[in-house]
Design a protein around this ligand. Structure first.
Ligand code: ATP
Length: 458
């Protein structure tokens, strides 16, 4: 793990973004909680996704389907048969690993020769050097039981991907919303996978949140829609400030595509812990999902085009993003460590952290500081905060020097700080400081609302 990534993980905990689940009991592997600032950041991210994918579109509608699903759904979807990862176990220390991840790591080592492929038998346990078992398929779905009578309980599954709920409701949505093709259904929600390897913080969790959209199309137009959605998803990350040099497209090879996919492209992020890793995907799922659910439920999924008379099972272009992975990548991307600049008088720091989050994502939009804790500045600062709070998330801070307070806000990515000083009492103006340019402007209190309305795009 690199230094920067360790610093990001420690910042996330120290400043209330992300904590390990059940930490007081030693923690639950691959499970994390979002603290007060983390939940703001994640909600802002989900809001930005919903706005771009649902709220501002005529052709996409939203959904919130159940997490618990009957077994037959996962039989029909093919996940019970094919949603596997190759598991190997160390014969000495009994640690478990994903065979494909071990191969990947070996290939990334210096001295790897592409022409001499590494085989499973060449691999040893990365923890103790012990011998590994042969890979065996390990199903990732999480099973549970419903009902109260022992012996008569019904088997159910926690959904392994949110999109299945969309396919189950496709006909109800189409009919109740009078939708014609092409149209999309989107939802944000939890998904569960019994992941084998659980390293790298929130990158790979067993309970995580997905933001998925399924676009139902005439098969002959699938490629056109596929290219359109690829562009949309790339631009979403870019417009929220992600640096394009840290992003790339990668097409899945024939042997790695999921059982349902005709074509699959990932947006990968250049992570500090392991290079390029999947952040999001765009998939052409063909007619797999609706055909299979049609077969298993015996409900006809055929679409009849009223204008052309064509009949077909719609194809699906899926956009699939992970809310947790996106939060992590935005944190990584925004993390900046610079020479001390805040002007803290008793500065003990040579370096300071600035989280350069996009304004739409920042958990706190504006911080308000009185220069002194005493009246009348305190009262005035609280009044200004109350006004600004009507529209945006604010934070009030009166403790420590102004430099220290700037530094606290820089660390959590607050774009603007407003200082109320003694001159304010005379000229009715406050100092607004910009996180990125460090410029300070005197702004009239009566004009603050308009000033920030122009600064924020909300
Ligand atoms: P990986 O190859 O990393 O296991 P995947 O190909 O299984 O990912 P998909 O099934 O395409 O992932 O899921 C869509 C998105 O959901 C991913 O791009 C990612 O953002 C998110 N996601 C998938 N698995 C996890 C996980 N275990 N923890 C956090 N996010 C995840």
């Amino acid at each position: 793990m690199t230094d920067d990534f360790e610093k990001i993980i420690s910042l996330a905990k120290r400043r209330g973004f992300i904590y390990q689940t059940a930490e007081i009991y030693g923690g639950l592997a691959a499970s994390y909680d979002y603290g007060p600032l983390g939940v703001e950041l994640k909600n802002n991210l989900k809001k930005a996704w919903w706005k771009a994918m649902v709220a501002k579109r005529n052709d996409v509608v939203g959904l919130d389907s159940a997490i618990l699903t009957p077994r037959i759904v996962w039989e029909a979807s093919g996940h019970l048969q094919s949603f596997h990862d190759p598991l190997v176990e160390c014969k000495s220390c009994h640690h478990r690993f994903r065979a494909d991840h071990l191969l990947e790591a070996k290939q990334a080592e210096p001295g790897y020769i592409k022409e001499k492929p590494i085989e499973m038998k060449d691999l040893k346990c990365p923890d103790c050097g012990g011998e590994l078992t042969e890979p065996k398929n390990f199903n990732l779905l999480m099973k549970t039981e419903l009902g109260s009578v022992e012996g008569q309980k019904e088997e159910a599954y926690m959904r392994g991907e949110t999109c299945q709920g969309i396919y189950l409701d496709y006909l109800s949505v189409k009919e109740s919303m009078r939708k014609k093709l092409p149209f999309g259904i989107a939802q944000i929600g939890k998904a569960f996978r019994n992941e084998i390897t659980t390293k790298n913080f929130t990158f790979r969790m067993r309970e995580f949140e997905q933001m998925e959209q399924q676009y139902f199309v005439n098969p002959k137009d699938a490629e056109k829609h596929f290219n359109y959605w690829k562009e949309q998803r790339w631009n979403w990350y870019k417009n929220l400030g992600m640096k394009e040099e840290n992003m790339r497209w990668r097409q899945h090879a024939d042997n790695e595509r999921a059982h349902y996919a005709k074509d699959a492209w990932d947006i990968e992020y250049n992570t500090p812990w392991g290079g390029w890793k999947e952040m999001a995907g765009v998939h052409n799922r063909g007619d797999w999902d609706l055909s299979r659910h049609g077969q298993y439920s015996k409900v006809d999924m055929t679409y009849r085009d009223e204008e052309t008379g064509e009949k077909f099972i719609p194809w699906i272009v899926e956009t699939s993003d992970g809310a947790d992975r996106a939060v992590l990548m935005f944190l990584v991307d925004a993390f900046d460590e610079i020479d001390a600049r805040s002007g803290e008088e008793d500065a003990k720091h040579e370096k300071e952290i600035v989280l350069r989050l996009h304004k739409d994502l920042a958990p706190i939009k504006i911080a308000v500081f009185p220069l002194s804790k005493k009246e009348p500045l305190q009262k005035l600062a609280l009044e200004i905060q109350a006004e600004l709070w009507k529209k945006r998330m604010t934070q009030y801070d009166e403790s420590g020097s102004i430099g220290k307070r700037y530094r606290r806000q820089d660390e959590i990515g607050t774009p603007y700080c407003v200082t109320v000083d003694f001159d304010t009492l005379e000229d009715k103006k406050v100092t607004v400081r910009d996180r990125d340019t460090m410029e300070q402007e005197r702004v009239e209190i009566g004009n603050l609302k308009n000033y920030f309305d122009e600064k924020f795009d909300d």
